[in-house]
Design a protein around this ligand. Structure first.
Ligand code: LLP
Length: 429
């Protein structure tokens, strides 16, 4: 490991030098630390099922890695179903309870508020379990998969997220079946001949344990309305990750205990075992991911200094979308010690003023204290492994970056950088 002595310096990622990654794969680049993903999977081992919300980071190598950790997967589109199958997940699980007496888990669950036509085809073709976020999905599925069992995604009437855009509960959210509609929806399911075997609530992303804890009671109340057909309950995702200096990891053991007690009360009431699932996205991959980018210009606009790097909001959209904070570290060229720091704004190459990594919600440009940088230095944007690459775009006809997996001090390409030909594929004049 190469030591980073001065705050704000980062010369290695998971034991591999940042300079060698940039030289081998070019910039901008996403690099993932496999061991960090494994560690985060193991943190949640108490839960019967960890179901990865792959929308956070769906590279096949990441899906393969979490699958080997025993983690199951959520899919929200035909594309995500395709990815899960390509990463080696079977479409179906066993039919019988396991040796632990728990009902079997579905390896892949399709969770959405609608079926578009191709996702309905894919679900039917592969026989994938569905978590319905609207009652219309029930009849649409029943027509094509008579007698299927389903999960209901319920909107408990409240929600919370790191941004209003990631709050998925309450009247302000389109997600889930409204909690007061459950009796009616149960009648519709019965009429359609579908069995409600699961309940799921996800109140938002980037929330906190205090808000998440309210979900257990809300789910228990709905579970009693559903009754004995219930074999699985899911607490959804939303587990927080520390991004800012001073933030710490939440204590997850108390959260599990709360849900485990809820599950046990339901088991006593129904007289059979209930599988307890959790559905994290961010928690499993955020801290594993780094964007490696190169400083291409250093300029002053009046009194403010800007570092312009070769990654933009086409590479990492969270700052422009939500004003999200990502830690950064500078990797100076050569062995230059760079012992002084200064306040800088960091932006990208796009022709849009919002292309700033150091911005607050509302688009206000902020600054960050970083070691004094020069053109040719590398800048590492950290905690970028969740909702990073997956929300990257081709805006300004920029190619999607390469993705690299680092494991045990070795690195390998897991997605090639797009080429100019890729950018125009499928277009014609
Ligand atoms: N389950 C469902 C049904 C979801 O919609 C989501 C996230 C998750 C689980 C995983 O949530 P997590 O554990 O990652 O918080 N682009 C935003 C986040 C959007 C989250 C969408 N749904 C961001 O960059 O913060």
């Amino acid at each position: 490991m190469i030591a980073s002595s001065v705050p704000g310096l980062r010369r290695d990622i998971a034991g591999v030098s940042v300079a060698s990654l940039a030289e081998t794969y070019g910039t901008p680049l996403y690099a993932y630390d496999a061991e960090m993903i494994r560690r985060r999977c193991r943190d949640l081992a108490a839960w019967d099922t960890i179901r990865f919300a792959q929308k956070a980071c769906s590279n096949l190598a990441v899906l393969d890695l979490v699958r080997r950790e025993g983690v199951l997967v959520d899919a929200v589109s035909t594309g995500e179903i395709h990815r899960a199958l390509a990463a080696g997940y079977p479409a179906h699980g066993p039919n019988q309870p396991g040796s632990d007496g728990l009902p079997p888990a579905h390896p892949i669950v399709y969770t959405a508020d609608i079926f578009d036509r191709d996702s309905l085809d894919a679900v039917v073709k592969h026989g994938i379990h569905v978590n319905c976020g609207s009652a219309d999905m029930i009849e649409q599925l029943a027509e094509r998969m008579p007698g299927a069992s389903i999960t209901l995604r319920v909107n408990p009437g409240f929600g919370h997220g790191h941004s209003q855009k990631t709050n998925t509960g309450g009247e302000g959210s389109k997600h889930g079946i409204w909690h007061e509609e459950i009796p009616d929806v149960l009648r519709r399911a019965e009429w359609a001949g579908l069995q409600v075997s699961g309940l799921h609530m996800h109140i938002g992303s980037g929330t906190d344990l205090a808000h998440l804890a309210e979900v257990a009671g809300a789910l228990e109340r709905v579970a009693i309305e559903v009754g004995r057909s219930l074999t699985t309950v899911s607490a959804g995702g939303g587990l927080p990750v520390p991004y800012k200096p001073g933030e710490v990891h939440a204590d997850l053991s108390g959260y599990f205990t709360l849900w485990d007690a809820t599950r046990k009360r339901l088991e006593d009431r129904f007289g059979h075992r209930i599988r307890l699932e959790i559905e994290p996205g961010r928690y499993l991959t955020a801290e594993s991911g780094f964007v490696v980018t190169e400083v291409r210009a250093v300029k002053k606009q009046g009194g403010r200094k800007y570092l312009l790097v070769d990654a933009g909001f086409n590479t990492l959209a969270r700052p422009v979308l939500y004003g999200s904070y990502h830690p950064m570290g500078l990797c100076p060229q050569g062995d230059d010690p760079r012992e002084t720091s200064e306040e800088v704004a960091v932006g990208g190459p796009l022709c849009e003023s919002g292309d700033i990594f150091t911005q607050t919600d509302g688009g206000f440009v902020a600054t960050r204290s970083l070691p004094v940088a020069a053109v040719g230095d590398l800048l590492v944007i950290e905690i970028a492994g969740a909702y990073g690459f997956v929300m990257a775009s081709n805006y300004n006809s920029k190619p999607l970056p390469a993705e690299v997996m680092i494991d045990g001090g070795r690195h390998r390409l897991v997605r090639a950088r797009q080429t100019p030909e890729d950018l125009v594929r499928g277009e014609c004049v």
